[in-house]
Design a protein around this ligand. Structure first.
Ligand SMILES: N[C@@H](CCC(=O)N[C@@H](CS)C(=O)NCC(=O)O)C(=O)O
Length: 206
């Protein structure tokens, strides 16, 4: 499998999931210009132009982060319980992150967003992170007692919050520090050339 990614982008969640599950994969970086690091036009690979995209071994390409994370979990038989309420809770949480959290970060990535748009998004992000902190409680992972696909996504959202100086509950700061100590998270960050402190990320990183 090939994961098309951008350093510090939402593809970091898939990168962590691939390492955590031990599935074999290769990384291909996509530049902001939408060219891959090996000089191809990325829009020929994902016409939507978004990372992540996952090229499967038969050459077909899967897009949309939620689908990619579920695919990785399915292939590995890990990171998503096969049944029971925790399966649906993990999907519920990941869906919430791809829409309400990720969606509200958009004004922070677009130079033409207005201050009013950023202020409104910040308010919603603060509210949504509070909901997640409540859900997490004092457990080590967001759903159940093991890492699920919701956790790598939450790591990315919390790093984006740090980069954009969005205040999150202390419980989530502690969670992120613990997650960053996990070998899969630490390795994915190192492979993408990212500091543990997202404020030190370069401006071309999400
Ligand atoms: N609907 C897509 C959105 C993915 C997305 O927003 N990717 C961002 C990076 S985190 C991207 O590729 N942005 C480039 C652009 O907007 O042109 C998904 O859920 O996978």
């Amino acid at each position: 499998m090939i994961l098309y990614y951008a350093p510090g982008g939402c593809s970091l969640a898939d990168h962590i999931a691939l390492i955590e599950t031990g599935l074999p994969y290769k990384l291909v970086k996509v530049e902001r210009s939408k060219r891959t690091e090996d000089g191809r036009d990325f829009t020929m690979i994902n016409p939507k132009g978004f990372i992540p995209a996952l090229e499967l071994d038969d050459g077909s390409v899967l897009t949309e982060n939620l689908a990619i994370l579920v695919y990785i979990a399915h292939q590995a038989g890990a990171l998503l319980p096969g049944d029971g309420l925790d399966r649906w809770r993990a999907l519920e949480a990941t869906s919430f992150m791809t829409t309400e959290l990720h969606g509200n970060f958009r004004p922070f990535f677009h130079a033409d967003a207005t201050q009013a748009e950023r202020d409104k998004a910040r308010k919603l992000l603060v509210k949504h992170f509070a909901t997640i902190a409540e859900q997490l409680g004092d457990r080590p992972f967001l759903v159940g007692d093991r890492m699920t696909i919701a956790d790598p996504y939450l790591v990315v959202m919390l790093m984006w919050a740090g980069k954009n100086e969005i205040e999150v509950p202390e419980r989530l700061t502690g969670y992120l520090a613990q997650m960053q100590k996990m070998p899969s998270v630490a390795r994915a960050l190192a492979d993408e050339g990212l500091s543990l402190n997202p404020r030190q990320w370069f401006t071309d990183q999400r």
